[in-house]
Design a protein around this ligand. Structure first.
Ligand code: NAD
Ligand code: MG
Length: 392
């Protein structure tokens, strides 16, 4: 039986992982499940999967979690230290599905214990790609991509030699505002940005899809995971979200991965890898679909992709700064302190301000990444206050 743990079990990716595991009884032995504020769901999942331990990241919720799990045999724990300890418990497979920079440290710990890390938390690769992949290599551990585009590329590369790859094309739905005129974007609300046309995902990634920051993170993720040059990576708008990525080889062939927009495919592929088990996803009727369309992204609408290219060229800690500033800008957008288009302005200004800190040549350690993330959040906060004072 495969021993598995899920970090971020109560989120969108986490719940779908729980669903797949529950649907295949006897195949997995569940070690740790972690969550945030939703301890009711966490307790329910821990009972469903008969986990060894359930951990909430929130110290203050320990009492409630304990109460819910009293007499069930499932251990309850709370707080950041308990969460990190759970990452050191022996397992074969660990799902990294915490959202944001908080997902990096547990993933690194799991890899340092030689476990296979199924990586949904894209921020880990963006902020600390060389550290994450280096830790995996050092401990003969493996990272399997769960982001749908990267899972698609990974699958297109099975049996292929990476040196024969000319380019990698990842697709973008275009998000909630792909058909909005540019003039309307400045007044877009968080509720409007959080309505995705094709995918059902967590709130933050859905808003990142509308601003193309999600695709920006994924360009960086592609560079770090597959170790290709920035000029080999492209993003294309594909409104149907059926082709997830394409790999172009030096003989001119393009291998496309096609499937319904359903994360259970990428999660299930990583869960069972290298085996392919049957998964409960829709089978596409191509004649009914009829057409697939593609168009170049309009970078004048949102600068996120251009900023990602700059980050890839700079390397080093630029990704940590980019992500930290983006997370703070999103918090300010959610709190209605700044507008939708201001988010990119905040990120760009933070990168510009911090470029003198020699981001590109800095060493990437958990400490240096944490420090860069911290400073980026402070600088981004200043940029947000400046925008507010102009608008006031
Ligand atoms: P979500 O917001 O639905 O869930 C996040 C999970 O992380 C929850 O369990 C939450 O309790 C936990 N969490 C949040 N902050 C935490 C903290 N500080 N410490 C510990 N736990 C914390 O997010 P999601 O949409 O499931 O996305 C998870 C990750 O997967 C993100 O990095 C996202 O970019 C990536 N991803 C998601 C999808 C998708 O379809 N949802 C697709 C591709 C990649
Ligand atoms: Mg994706």
């Amino acid at each position: 039986m495969r021993r598995v743990s899920i970090f971020g079990a109560t989120g969108s990716i986490g719940c779908q992982t729980v669903e797949l595991i529950a649907a295949d009884p006897g195949a997995y032995d569940v070690v740790a499940l972690t969550g945030g504020r939703n301890v009711a769901k966490l307790a329910e999942q821990a009972l469903l999967l008969n986990a060894e331990i359930a951990v909430t990241a929130e110290d203050r919720l320990l009492g409630e979690l304990r109460e819910r799990l009293a007499g069930t045999g499932v251990e309850a724990a709370a707080g950041r230290t308990a969460l990190l300890e759970a990452a050191t418990m022996p397992a074969d497979w660990v799902m990294s599905a915490i959202v944001g920079a908080a997902g990096l440290a547990p993933g690194l710990l799991a890899l340092a214990h030689g476990e296979t890390l199924a990586l949904a938390n894209k921020e880990s690769l963006v902020t600390a790609g060389p550290l994450l992949m280096g830790t995996a290599a050092e401990h003969a551990a493996r990272v399997l991509p769960v982001d749908s585009e990267h899972s698609a590329v990974f699958q297109a590369l099975v049996g292929e030699d990476i040196s024969a790859v000319e380019r990698i094309v990842i697709t973008a739905s275009g998000g909630a505002f792909r058909d909005w005129p540019r003039e309307k974007l400045a007044a877009a609300t968080p509720e409007e940005a959080a309505r995705h046309p094709n995918w059902d995902m967590g709130q933050r990634i859905t808003i990142d899809s509308a601003s193309l920051f999600n695709k920006a993170l994924e360009l960086i993720e592609t560079k770090e995971f597959f170790d290709v040059r920035p000029d080999q990576i492209e993003a294309v708008i594909h409104p149907e979200s059926l082709v997830h990525a394409l790999v172009g080889f030096r003989d001119g062939a393009l291998m496309a991965h096609v499937g319904p927009p359903d994360m259970r495919h990428a999660i299930g592929y990583a869960l069972n890898w290298p085996e392919r088990k049957a998964l409960p996803v829709e089978r596409l009727d191509l004649a009914k679909i009829g057409q697939l369309s593609f168009r170049a992204p309009d970078e004048t609408r949102t600068p996120a992709l251009r900023l990602a290219r700059e980050v890839m060229e700079t390397g080093g800690l630029a990704g940590a700064v980019f992500n930290g500033a983006k997370e703070v800008a999103m918090d300010a957008f959610l709190a209605r302190r700044i507008g939708f288009l201001d988010m990119a302005g905040v990120v760009e200004e933070t990168l510009t301000k911090m470029s003198a800190d020699r981001l590109g040549s800095a060493q990437i350690t958990l400490d240096s990444v944490t420090q860069a993330d911290h400073v980026a959040r402070v600088r981004a906060g200043e940029a947000i206050t400046a925008i507010e004072s102009i608008e006031a």
